[in-house]
Write a protein of this length. Structure first.
Length: 243
């Protein structure tokens, strides 16, 4: 029970909770929203690219989207986000793109300049095609890029943690077992390099994986409104990655 109370107390200080409960219009909530937007900028770029825009257009459009979002947060989208910043961000982005298309349509009808690159079918950048030839829809692709961003942030946090503990070299030797790059037979070589036996190496890898999972959960919690949704969001993350 004490652990649950501590988790609840900690959770109330997370970024998305501050946005939703302290209000994004307050200084604290606005800073929290800014931090989340900075952390998950790349999935927005990926979504815009997946719809057919080139890199420069996507980044310009993303910059404008985040500028408007931070100037006037769409709390209606937040109310519909079911407690997830991931859902809020995608909903706000779709709303922004719809407004931009409406504006471009009005300019076209009025004879003004037309930003054709706002339309999904005006660029030729291909979508992401999986091994079975199936092309991911934009929403699914966004979730995959979101999942990769969460993993990257957790991995970076672990690297900083190991570096601060003076174990950067050990981490460098062990990280292939986190990233899936370790080949069969590598354990013996890694153990020799670290000056330990293979049994100790397996223990070290197990602990590193456990800590990585803890940091991954911590990243996910920052984007949720209630801690009870962490397990569900973890499952969604791995589903989005195809595993």
């Amino acid at each position: 029970m004490a652990g649950q109370r501590q988790q609840s107390m900690t959770f109330h200080t997370t970024h998305w909770t501050l946005v939703r409960r302290a209000s994004a219009h307050g200084a604290e909530g606005r800073q929290a929203l800014s931090d989340l937007c900075a952390a998950y900028y790349e999935p927005v770029i990926a979504f815009l690219r997946r719809e057919g825009r080139d890199e420069d257009v996507a980044r310009e459009l993303a910059h404008e989207f985040f500028r408007k979002l931070l100037e006037k947060p769409s709390l209606e989208c937040a109310a519909r986000a079911q407690g997830k910043f991931r859902s809020y961000l995608l909903g706000a982005l779709k709303h922004f793109l719809a407004r931009e298309r409406e504006r471009a349509g009005r300019q076209k009808r009025g004879g003004g300049a037309v930003f054709a690159s706002l339309d999904a079918d005006t660029e030729t950048t291909p979508g992401v095609v999986l091994a079975d030839g199936h092309e991911l829809p934009p929403d699914v692709f966004f979730d995959r890029q979101w999942a990769l961003a969460v993993l990257d942030r957790a991995f970076a946090a672990l690297a900083r943690e190991r570096d601060a503990a003076g174990k950067a070299e050990d981490f460098s030797r062990l990280k292939p077992w986190l990233t899936g790059d370790a080949a069969h037979g590598d354990q013996a070589a890694a153990a020799r390099a670290l000056g330990i036996n293979e049994g100790a190496l397996k223990v070290a890898v197990h602990r590193l994986r456990r800590r990585f999972r803890e940091l991954l959960k911590a990243e996910i919690v920052q984007t949720l409104d209630t801690p009870e949704g962490t397990g569900e969001e973890m499952r969604h993350l791995f589903t989005a990655l195809g595993g």
